[in-house]
Ligand binder design. Structure first.
Ligand SMILES: C[S@@+](CC[C@H](N)C(=O)[O-])C[C@H]1O[C@@H](n2cnc3c(N)ncnc32)[C@H](O)[C@@H]1O
Ligand SMILES: Nc1nc2[nH]cc(C(=O)O)c2c(=O)[nH]1
Ligand code: SF4
Ligand SMILES: [Mg+2]
Length: 227
């Protein structure tokens, strides 16, 4: 069976957000999203209008079009082994004993438009523990090891369970109370970046103080100037 994957970029960095922030990871950023075209002229009318990411095309560092799951998984393993791979495998970190033993975060764009069982199998065969960052409009396929859902106010929430729920805050039509009883291990508010990021951060701090179930997720990679 043939499949093809469009990847904007693929790079090694530290997870900057949420429960696993600070952890070395290969970021596999798929091209394309179902809630915004990625074109600035379409932003105002998009279902998701605050996106901080360029996910159009395949021209970023480590990006490209990959004809098979095996080719893409091998590419990601090479990205891991150039940097963090020096110490791998690392079973103590929860990675499988065989293969590269790396940690890989599928993001985008919306990664669930492309992440399929063939690719999950190929990434596991390379020894990766697989995380996903998703807007929650599509069900996460079986085999993903860490699920982070970031709901968007005007989009249906299909994936209602996972490891962490990371709500960009504030969104007028998506108060945290809408999500607090869903089946997640961690609940984070992430201040919406943009011209009013200072006000959004203050509001998120105030909400977390008043509702201790929620914790603050800062985009730490932006604070220290890494990708
Ligand atoms: C670019 S998205 C890609 C993955 C997926 N489409 C999603 O929305 O979860 C990665 C993460 O960045 C968050 N994000 C996007 N724009 C943001 C902004 N302006 N401020 C804070 N977080 C933002 C998303 O909510 C998501 O948690
Ligand atoms: N360092 C870093 N951490 C991240 N966590 C989630 C990100 C994303 O864009 O999905 C992201 C990102 O773009 N960079
Ligand atoms: S759903 Fe995710 S990738 Fe798509 S526009 Fe929103 S934040 Fe960006
Ligand atoms: Mg990002």
């Amino acid at each position: 069976m043939s499949s093809a994957y469009s990847v904007k970029e693929c790079f090694l960095t530290l997870q900057g957000e949420g429960a696993r922030s600070g952890r070395a990871a290969v970021f596999l950023r798929f091209a394309g999203c179902n809630l915004w075209s990625g074109r600035e002229q379409d932003r105002a009318a998009a279902v998701c209008d605050f996106c901080d990411t360029d996910f159009r095309g395949t021209d970023g560092p480590g990006g490209g079009r990959f004809e098979t799951a095996q080719a893409l998984a091998a590419h990601a393993a090479a990205v891991w082994s150039v940097g963090a791979g020096a110490d791998a495998p690392n079973p103590a970190a929860g990675a499988p004993a065989e293969g590269a033993g790396g940690y890989l975060v599928c993001t985008g764009g919306e990664p669930l438009l492309q992440l399929d069982p063939l690719l999950i199998e190929a990434l596991h065969a390379q020894g990766f523990e697989i995380a996903v960052e998703t807007n929650g409009t599509l069900a996460v396929p079986a085999g993903v090891d860490w699920i982070c859902v970031s709901p968007k106010a005007d989009a249906p929430l299909v994936q209602r369970s996972g490891d962490e729920l990371k709500l960009v805050y504030p969104q007028a039509q998506a108060p945290p109370e809408r999500f607090a009883e869903l089946d997640f291990g961690h609940f984070y508010l992430q201040p919406m970046d943009g011209p009013e990021s200072a006000e959004h951060t203050a509001a998120a701090v105030a909400y977390c103080l008043a509702h201790p179930r929620w914790r603050l997720s800062l985009q730490t990679h932006k604070l220290i100037g890494i990708p």
